[in-house]
Design a protein around this ligand. Structure first.
Ligand SMILES: [Zn+2]
Length: 257
């Protein structure tokens, strides 16, 4: 028994299948990540050619065989191509990092709708963002992604003794507890986060992504924040996000505690 369905979807990744087809990994609000075949998407006359591509969002028409658990894309009505992402290397690397993280860390389930909305929103912003704000949106996505996965550390509280970490001090992150630790419990050792970066995260939580991306942070604190968020995300999804870390010049900088 087969069935047809249509739903909003975001294309995460494509890969060649045979001579003329594309394998596709989609993110959907209801089912999370779905694997499907875009029939003839690489052939010169295929109607899915140029339509099915990474970062594209739209209405996906799917033909499914539940017995074989196979899905075929019969049409894809694109709402947004997000061409701005491919036009800039920093934007592209940021989108690639997010998608790598989502594919590694998202197991489906109840958080799919929230993740779908977050990634859609952040990719829309990224596609048109000014260069200086790229690090901000990169960090904001990862921070909220960790929250969706239930792995976001509390920036203002020690994960060991549960005391409030004073707002004006640097705080270390512990991979053992998956949280920040106060100076009494762990001293200040890398990886750590400045008071400014921790305050930045706390303030961003009160805002929409569109508003939070307007918040500035000193360049050195932003570098530290991105490094730490990639470090935590790699640990949580249990995959070293290595290619992206290399791109950002962050290799060898993920000291374990
Ligand atoms: Zn403590």
């Amino acid at each position: 028994m087969t069935r047809s369905s249509s739903f909003p979807a975001l294309i995460l990744r494509t890969y060649p299948v045979g001579e003329i087809h594309l394998g596709v990994r989609l993110l959907t609000a209801e089912q999370g990540v779905v694997q499907a075949l875009a029939h003839g998407a690489r052939s010169a006359r295929g109607k899915l050619r140029g339509v099915v591509g990474p970062f594209h969002s739209g209405l996906c028409y799917l033909y499914s065989d539940p017995v074989k658990n196979s899905h075929k894309i019969t049409d894809f009505d694109v709402r947004s191509f997000r061409t701005g992402i491919r036009e800039d290397l920093d934007r592209y690397c940021t989108a690639a990092l997010w998608i790598e993280s989502v594919l590694a860390g998202h197991a489906g389930g109840s958080e799919a709708a929230e993740l779908f909305a977050l990634l859609e929103n952040c990719l829309d912003i990224l596609s048109e963002i000014d260069p200086p704000k790229v690090p901000r949106i990169e960090a904001l996505f990862l921070w909220r992604f960790l929250d969706i996965l239930g792995a976001q550390p509390e920036p203002g509280r020690c994960s060991l003794c549960e005391s409030i970490i004073p707002g004006a001090v640097e705080a270390s992150y512990s991979s053992v507890t998956g949280g920040f630790v106060c100076s009494r419990c762990g001293g200040v050792r890398p990886p750590s986060l400045s008071a400014g970066a921790r305050a930045y995260l706390a303030r961003s939580d009160l805002l929409s992504v569109e508003e939070a991306v307007e918040l500035g942070l000193a360049a050195e604190s932003m570098r530290e924040l991105r490094r730490l968020l990639i470090h935590i995300t790699s640990e949580v999804v249990e995959v070293p996000l290595r290619s992206v870390a290399v791109t950002l010049g962050l290799q060898g900088d993920t000291a374990q505690r």
